[in-house]
Design a protein around this ligand. Structure first.
Ligand code: UGA
Ligand code: MN
Length: 291
């Protein structure tokens, strides 16, 4: 009788201990990170977007931002040509919800005063490059102006750029498109309505660069030279041969980015507060970007 009792007791202890171990083991497993297959972790994309204060600013950033929201593992570097941060831009970026950094990079006064064409977005892009040099170790960066249209598939293609990749951009010059000219799979020149003696007559929206490649070229930056920003930057990436350029958009046979150029809107007229001071227009007025 006593033997049966002690067997029962030992069995109970054994079962209880086993159960406790199983629970602890399950807990331990649940704390382990789920192993990610290699192919799920995509190289990071850094999207450098110059922006500046004007009536269309929030509309442009909203349109671009929601496009970028479809793209994983992306950091949006929004860089404003201004001396002070804009609460409206910050509000818009927070609302969109794409991971971002927001910096200021005003155009130097000497260029701002110039009566001729200005080097638009150059200080912004160089600030973006500075961020990448200081913070990024892998992946790819791309200059995405705020007034363009982007098919999201181009982001998945440019993500794997080893050195520099290129593709066509629609709505550029009287030719309707700016593109490398490809014959038998190789770049034979550039199709663009304005060549202007450039080695790389391409649009800002038509190329991406690997972060590692940039790190190997510590002096690469964009010149303050209207019309020659792309060419100057690509030349600063030397050594870079045409044969090394990776061709995207199905060997440059598709248009996946466009230089849309939004119509310029005048500053909104001032709100007459004595007439509308007790209406919704007071709140709305806060969202009108005026220069
Ligand atoms: C085109 C190219 O897309 C630019 O990258 C290039 O700098 C320019 O030509 C040039 O060759 O000078 P474009 O359409 O003429 O640009 O100029 P915008 O679209 O007005 O500006 C380009 C980017 O810079 C935009 O993202 C815009 O928001 C920004 N920008 C523009 C500023 O940051 N400050 C300005 O005063 C004007
Ligand atoms: Mn533009």
């Amino acid at each position: 009788m006593a033997v049966a009792k002690s067997i029962k007791m030992y069995l109970t202890i054994f079962v209880a201990t086993t159960c406790i171990y199983m629970v602890l083991y399950q807990y331990h497993l649940s704390r382990q990170p789920i192993p990610q297959p290699e192919y799920i972790v995509k190289p990071p994309l850094y999207i450098i977007t110059p922006t500046f204060r004007r009536a269309e600013q929030l509309a442009e950033l909203t349109r671009l931002g929601y496009t970028l929201k479809h793209v994983v593992n992306l950091l949006w570097l929004v860089i404003e040509d201004a001396n002070q941060t804009s609460p409206l831009v910050i509000h818009t970026l927070n609302r969109i919800g794409v991971p971002y950094e927001y910096f200021l990079a005003p155009m130097p006064e000497e260029y701002k005063k110039a009566k001729k064409t200005k080097p638009r977005g150059v200080s912004n892009r160089n600030r973006g490059l500075e961020y990448i040099r200081a913070n990024a170790t892998s992946g790819v960066f791309y200059f995405a102006d705020d007034d363009n249209t982007y098919d999201i598939s181009i982001f998945e293609q440019m993500r794997y750029t080893k050195k520099v990749s290129m593709w066509p951009v629609g709505l550029v010059t009287q030719f309707g498109v700016s593109s490398p000219i490809i014959r038998e799979g190789k770049i034979k020149g550039f199709y663009d309505g304005w060549i202007g003696g450039r080695k790389f007559p391409v649009d800002m929206a038509g190329f991406a660069v690997s972060v590692k490649f940039l790190h190997e070229r510590p002096n690469a930056k964009m010149p303050f030279k209207p019309g020659y920003e792309e060419d100057g930057f690509l030349k600063s990436l030397a050594p870079l041969n045409l044969t090394e350029i990776e061709l995207l958009a199905s060997n440059c046979t598709e248009i996946l980015t466009w230089h849309t150029q939004t119509k310029k809107n005048a500053n909104a007229a001032a709100l007459n507060v004595s007439t509308y001071g007790d209406t919704n227009l007071v709140e709305l007025n806060k969202f009108l970007v005026r220069t």
